[in-house]
Design a protein. Structure first.
Length: 304
């Protein structure tokens, strides 16, 4: 027997079908538009990769070549004489140590001051909060070359010229604006309930910051530390202006010695020096990445 469907049932079924939203068809991965976007994105990534890889290839080949040039070519005679020429205490080891002092001192001071400045901006609602952040953001836009003349005059009056400590203070001041913004964003991700529990137990604001908030944002601290360290490590202009004695100049300034007069450049020694100069930063990045927790540092901190 065939079932008979009445007119009201058919009308109601059509109304319900019209009321339901139509399903959107997803674009297939094999569609022409998707394939074109994929080819375009892969091409851009390959071009960007080549732009990064080509200078690295030149560094390796030129550092091992007895007669290197600006062209990328396989060395006819592989030699380590370029590395031996730069492995001198006054040319490499002392400038590297000065770079460690400048970059490390700047990174530590920046992390400490940025944490103290970001904590009230993240946790307390103040009328001056947003204007202060906008002022800090404006500080990140100032070019360092535009303020070096008054800074140099100030350092002369304060007798801080050729002072490693004074240079660290200025590098810290120039790195603080962006560091405060980054630290505040990381600190916003720490649950406030943990601090409330600590306050109920009698902990003060400083103890809460040091023992609860900062340990939970270790990946953020690592990011700010590495970012500041790299910026100070590669800074040439500030140490070149403020540090006059060769005994205090970092490797970023000492590398200028390989550029001779009348366009003569020791390409092999320059490449070898650049490779050795980059190793401490790479080692620091690997060490910090393995030693600190990842994004799961807050896992299990708040329940319910």
């Amino acid at each position: 027997m065939s079932a008979t469907t009445t007119l009201p049932e058919v009308t109601g079924s059509r109304a319900r079908s019209a009321a339901r939203p139509a399903k959107r068809t997803k674009a297939s991965l094999s569609s022409p538009r998707t394939r074109a976007l994929r080819v375009l994105s892969n091409t851009l990534l390959i071009v960007i990769g080549i732009l990064f890889v080509v200078p690295l290839i030149w560094l390796v080949t030129a550092s091992l070549d007895a007669q290197p040039t600006l062209a990328i070519k396989m060395p006819e005679v592989v030699t380590l004489d370029n590395f031996a020429a730069v492995m001198k205490p006054d040319l490499l080891f002392l400038p590297l140590w000065n770079s460690v002092l400048l970059a490390g001192g700047t990174a530590v001071a920046t992390v400490v001051l940025a944490s103290l400045a970001a904590y009230p901006l993240s946790r307390y609602k103040m009328r001056v909060g947003k204007p202060f952040l906008y002022a800090v953001l404006f500080g990140t836009c100032l070019p360092i070359t535009a303020i070096m003349v008054p800074v140099y005059s100030l350092f002369v009056q304060l007798n801080l010229i050729d002072s490693v400590g004074g240079t660290i203070l200025f590098l810290t001041a120039s790195a603080l604006p962006i560091a405060i913004w980054m630290m505040k964003n990381f600190m916003d991700g720490v649950p406030v309930e943990l601090e409330h529990a600590a306050w109920m137990d009698g902990a003060g604001s400083m103890r809460t910051l040091v023992q609860i908030v900062l340990p939970l944002m270790r990946p953020g601290i690592a990011v700010v530390f590495i970012f500041t360290f790299i910026q100070a490590w590669g800074n040439f202009f500030v140490p070149f202006v403020l540090l006059l004695s060769p005994d205090y100049q970092p490797a970023a300034v000492s590398i200028f010695n390989f550029f001779g007069s009348f366009g003569a450049v020791a390409y092999g020694q320059l490449a070898a020096y650049s490779i050795v100069y980059s190793l401490p930063v790479l080692g620091l990045y690997v060490l910090v990445q393995r030693g600190l927790g990842g994004p799961s540092a807050l896992a299990g901190a708040v329940k319910g």
